[in-house]
Design a protein around this ligand. Structure first.
Ligand code: NAD
Length: 256
């Protein structure tokens, strides 16, 4: 379905980003991976699907790095057809104690990077009159939780930016939509489970149950593969007129 398309997935060396990259690779898109950690393993996982994968190590908190990544990808592939803005970090702390540098980093990586990547991706999409921008927001783009002020503010910003991007391109073949997951068992959430287990003096398995019971009526984690399938749908012709939605996959979190 996506043969001939180039997909840049930010923060795709693990978790949700890697699963989305693999789902797009399975549809024959050429993938550009980004992120930190075990890069070789991520590239190998995508290539194992028979797809083409390359990597750029831009720090998504640094606008100059993002511009350099787009220069590189544009010169190698003639533009990005599918942009998945997924890189993200979390910090859990009350506002009065929230470290200022953590606030700045979360806003830069989780929100401002979406603006920078989008503004750099749009010109070549507009020239081709086709593009897909998929922003991985969160249920925290729709509702808040205590002790996640920077994350909640950034993700609400991503949902707003998604709508503005969709509207500015509404008469074109470029769509922009957000995915809003509830709990997904990735390294980002594993850290929160470990912290809860330590705080409550319980096992990881018990802490997982507490996390789910607090927020998700389904008592199940959404899987990264399910989110990958939603990203593929957004790239399909059936989604040509899906514009500016914030689609939650959250086990009923926001329905309450
Ligand atoms: P993860 O920690 O597994 O992956 C985060 C990815 O971002 C990694 O590849 C990491 O290397 C990369 N990254 C971090 N800082 C970066 C930077 N400065 N520049 C480039 N890459 C950077 O986490 P995840 O759970 O897969 O999260 C992916 C996205 O999904 C995030 O935007 C997160 O907010 C969102 N999300 C996650 C959940 C969840 O429950 N896990 C729920 C809702 C939304």
């Amino acid at each position: 379905m996506l043969k001939g398309k180039t997909a840049l997935v930010t923060g795709s060396t693990s978790g949700i980003g890697l699963a989305i990259a693999k789902a797009l690779a399975a549809q024959r898109a050429s993938i550009v991976l980004n992120g930190f950690g075990d890069v070789d393993a991520a590239v190998a996982e995508v290539r194992a699907l028979g797809g083409s994968a390359s990597y750029h190590g831009a720090d998504m908190g640094r606008p100059a790095d993002i511009a350099a990544m787009f220069d590189d990808v544009n010169s190698r592939f003639g533009g990005v057809d599918i942009l998945v803005n997924n890189a993200g970090i979390q910090h859990v702390c009350r506002i009065e104690d929230f470290p200022v540098e953590r606030w700045d980093a979360i806003v830069a990586i989780n929100l401002s990077s979406v603006f920078h990547a989008t503004r750099l991706a749009l010109p070549s999409m507009q020239a081709k009159n086709w593009g897909r921008i998929i922003n991985v927001a969160s249920v925290h783009g729709l509702v808040a939780s205590a002790e996640k002020s920077a994350y909640v503010a950034a993700k609400h910003g991503v949902v707003g930016l998604t709508k503005a991007t969709a509207l500015e391109n509404a008469t074109s073949g470029i769509t922009c939509n957000a995915i809003c997951p509830g709990w997904v068992l990735t390294p980002l959430v594993q850290k929160q489970i470990a912290a809860k287990a330590a705080a409550l003096g319980v096992s990881d398995a018990q802490a997982q149950k507490v996390l789910l019971r607090d927020k998700e009526p389904s008592m199940q984690f959404t899987t990264a593969e399910e989110l990958g399938a939603l990203a593929v749908f957004f790239c399909s012709a059936a989604a040509n007129n899906v514009r500016g939605v914030a689609w939650n996959m959250d086990g009923g979190w926001v329905a309450q």
